[in-house]
Design a protein around this ligand. Structure first.
Ligand code: CMP
Length: 137
């Protein structure tokens, strides 16, 4: 079994979509192994998205991710990383396939409702950052 990380981003939390998104992942045979709601700090957002620090959208992304509550969910399933990416859909909601989470709930490429880890290694790294033992999230 593989683990991956789903983040339900601030726009989706504000719009009361947490239950609907978790229902979609559970109906697609993912098992929730851990879950928490938190307001992401600047430090955590920087660490989480550090790979994008040179990109033009980096500061907008950090502003958005620190603008309200996020729900982080550790999900388990065979082939969890790739299967969740399929269910989440394209980064740009206007390019996402119908029925995907971003097609349904994304507003723009930055305000795209959810994050899903893009590899097994990144899933481990991201789970460590968000569910660490140091509570400074
Ligand atoms: P996420 O899956 O959280 O991973 C990186 C995030 O950067 C991505 O979702 C988007 O929110 C954001 N992002 C990626 N590419 C762009 C882009 N071209 N313009 C704006 N935001 C982007």
């Amino acid at each position: 079994m593989q683990h991956t990380l789903l983040l339900i981003k601030p726009n989706a939390c504000k719009l009361n979509l947490i239950g609907r998104i978790i229902d979609m992942v559970e109906r697609n045979s993912f098992v929730v192994k851990d879950i928490k709601m938190f307001w992401m700090s600047d430090t955590t957002a920087y660490k989480f998205y550090e790979i994008h620090k040179e990109k033009p959208f980096f500061h907008n992304l950090l502003d958005f991710m620190t603008s309200g509550n996020t729900v982080a969910v550790i999900l388990e399933k065979e082939n969890a990383v790739d299967d969740l990416r399929l269910l989440v859909g394209n980064t740009d909601p206007s390019q996402a396939n119908p029925g995907t989470i971003r097609y349904l709930y994304g507003e723009s490429t930055t305000i795209n409702a959810v994050h899903a880890s893009d590899s097994a290694d990144n899933a481990l790294r991201e789970i460590e950052i968000i569910f660490n033992t140091n509570k400074e999230n």
